[in-house]
Design a protein around this ligand. Structure first.
Ligand code: ATP
Ligand code: MG
Length: 146
């Protein structure tokens, strides 16, 4: 499912000459819950990474398992997010810079949806970011025991 998302968004990235680096371990366990939700979560995170990264940047998608968790990291070389905004990012309609956000378009719902999906998967999400250097979203989701 992750690879479908990457294919879907690579067209978007091409327009801004953003390189998408796909570092996904081939043998990831496949299903952790609702597949559509999982895809929606990935699309929202990768869409942001592309949207908030300037031309010629790079977006890296990393996925691997550790212990009984699936770890997904989405890193970009974009504009970054100031510390003061990070804790509010997942609120509905919250957008960091209204003028700038209006230019790139969107509703401010993307990350609120991501948060709900992560909770539905009993996982967690963390953000690391540096202004003008980039942002990393790290999602950890427990793996379903077979
Ligand atoms: P939507 O996703 O509904 O189209 P949106 O992208 O503005 O709109 P969110 O995805 O919820 O809304 O993101 C909230 C805000 O967080 C964004 O407006 C942006 O300011 C900031 N943001 C999100 N991801 C990144 C990122 N990778 N780099 C920098 N800023 C980000
Ligand atoms: Mg968004």
């Amino acid at each position: 499912a992750i690879n479908e998302v990457v294919d879907f968004l690579s067209e978007l990235a091409k327009k801004k000459n953003i390189e998408i680096v796909n570092k996904i371990n081939g043998n990831l366990p496949s299903v952790y819950g609702n597949r559509g939700w999982f895809k929606q979560m990935m699309i929202n995170l990768v869409d942001n990474a592309i949207k908030y990264t300037t031309e010629n940047g790079k977006v890296t998608i990393i996925a691997y398992t550790i212990d009984s968790e699936l770890i997904i990291k989405i890193k970009d070389t974009g504009i970054g997010i100031e510390k003061e905004h990070i804790e509010r990012l997942f609120e509905r309609f919250y957008r960091v810079d209204k003028a700038r956000s209006r230019r790139v378009g969107g509703t401010g719902l993307g990350l609120a949806i991501v948060k709900h999906i992560v909770i539905a998967f009993k996982g967690s999400i963390k953000v690391k970011s540096k202004i003008n250097e980039g942002t990393e979203f790290k999602v950890a989701i427990p793996i379903e025991e077979k």
